[in-house]
Each structure stands twice: as C-alpha cells, then as structure tokens.
Write a protein that binds this ligand. Structure first.
Ligand SMILES: [Fe+2]
Ligand SMILES: [Fe+2]
Length: 255
C-alpha cells in the first residue's frame, strides 16, 4: 500500500504522526458532515495534500494514544460506513454478543468487539459518488465498491500488528464472503471463511437492513430476521444465524 509521504521512522515519526493527526481532523470533520457542500473529490485532494494519502492518515492515528490504532481507525471507519457512527459501534456490540452466545473464548469475544467496527474501513478508498449513490449500483460501480474488502485489509495491515488489527484485517477482507462460496473477494466457503468474518457478515447485514440507507428504506426487525433465516446455509453460516436470531428474539444484541 502506498504510504505517501508519511514519515514512519524513529523519533521523527512520533512528531510527524502527531502533526498529521492534527492536520487530518478538520478534513475528516467535514467528511463526516454530509451537509458539507464540498464533494468527495475535493476532500480527497485535501487529505492527499495534507497527508500524502489516506494510508498516511491511518498511520498518523495509530501512534497518538493508548491503542490509538483501533480508536483512530474506528473513527475513520465510522465516517464512511452506513452514514452513521452508530452503525459500526452496533456491529461491534452485536458481534461481541453473538460470539459470547456461540460459546467462544473470552479473548476472541474481546477482540471481535473492537475489530468488528473496522469491517468497512476500506470504504475510505471508495469514491463518495459510489458510496452514497441512491438506488442500485451499475456493474462497474459494484466492482469499485467491492474493492473495499481488500482495501480494508490493506489499511488494517498498514495500521499496526496488534491482535485487534490482525482480526480486523481478516474481517475487512472476508466479511462479504458467502457460506456457499459465492461471495467476494476470494470465493471462500464454509469454515474456510474466518469465523470473525462469518459473524460480522450476519451482524452487518442485519444492521443495514433495519436502517434507512440511501439506496433503501428501513426494514422491520422481524422482516430482517426472516431474511437471515432464509439465507442461513447459503449466504450465512447457519450457526451464526441461529445465535443471532436467539439473541435478537430476547433483545440481547447489545445494540
Ligand atoms: Fe462491507
Ligand atoms: Fe457495515
């Protein structure tokens, strides 16, 4: 991945990173505000001018506070996923609840809570004209959008090497894989798909279905749960769907 002109070495890196983090904040604040009249292309130019590229911004955020990688990266992810910061946080809390319901170990449960909100961080690389397009995407736009999976893995890999980021990289790459092998980017199937990504696939789709998005109205929770049940064993890992539905029926998703 192109790290632009970010200074990534030695003591100089710390000063450079703090400066970069400060420089990117105003641009990202505008980016999060969908009322801002500036378009994505202008904001991208701003970021590239200030930071030498998105990856540099991510790198900057990584080194500012305790566990800065995850916090800063989560903030970046929230700016581009689902039009609301709450989406990625709900995905994290619900993924944690599902993992606990499935009886996974405490370390995995703690990791997925922090890693899952980064699932769509790769959308930082996708033009806003595609991200926010009302209505269906063209075939070409869909191909562009699908690049967010591999881009997300690359961003997480570039951001650091702690356990949360390693899980986040796997989730980012594989959360659009399908149980039946017809997903992307690798066409993995069954348990060849990382478990954390199989969990996030269910949680993310549910949260997107019950929310209003530029391309669709909000579904009722019961309709969204029915969609998950209907697609268990084809799109989704049936064990994950079972855990999710049982939690949803008890209102225990943590969202
Ligand atoms: Fe995604
Ligand atoms: Fe999402």
């Amino acid at each position: 991945m192109d790290l632009g002109n970010a200074d990534m070495t030695g003591a100089h890196r710390t000063r450079g990173s703090a400066a970069l983090a400060g420089a990117v904040a105003p641009a990202l604040a505008h980016w999060r505000n969908r009322q801002d009249p500036r378009d994505h292309a202008q904001l991208t130019r701003d970021l590239r001018t200030r930071l030498g590229g998105h990856a540099a911004a991510v790198e900057a955020g990584l080194r500012v506070v305790v566990s800065p990688e995850v916090r800063r990266l989560t903030s970046l992810a929230e700016s581009v996923d689902g039009g609301s910061p709450e989406h990625s946080r709900r995905v994290g809390r619900a993924a944690e609840a599902v993992a606990a319901r499935m009886g996974l170990d405490a370390h995995f449960i703690a990791l997925i809570r922090d890693a899952a909100p980064l699932h769509d961080v790769g959308k930082l690389e996708i033009p806003m004209s595609v991200l926010d397009k009302p209505g269906a995407l063209t075939t070409r736009e869909r191909v562009v959008m699908q690049r967010h999976a591999e881009a997300g893995q690359a961003i997480c890999d570039a951001a650091g090497d702690d356990a949360v980021l390693r899980m986040a990289a796997r989730i980012a790459r594989s959360h659009h894989e399908r149980w039946d092998g017809r997903g992307y980017p690798d066409g993995l199937s069954f348990d060849r798909i990382p478990l954390a990504a199989r969990i996030v696939a269910v949680v993310d789709v549910y949260d997107a279905l019950v929310a209003e998005r530029p391309y669709k109205g909000a579904w009722s929770p019961s309709r969204a749960l029915e969609f998950l049940r209907e697609n268990a064993g084809t799109q989704f890992d049936p064990d994950v769907v079972e855990a999710f539905v049982s939690l949803a029926e008890r209102d225990e998703l943590g969202a």
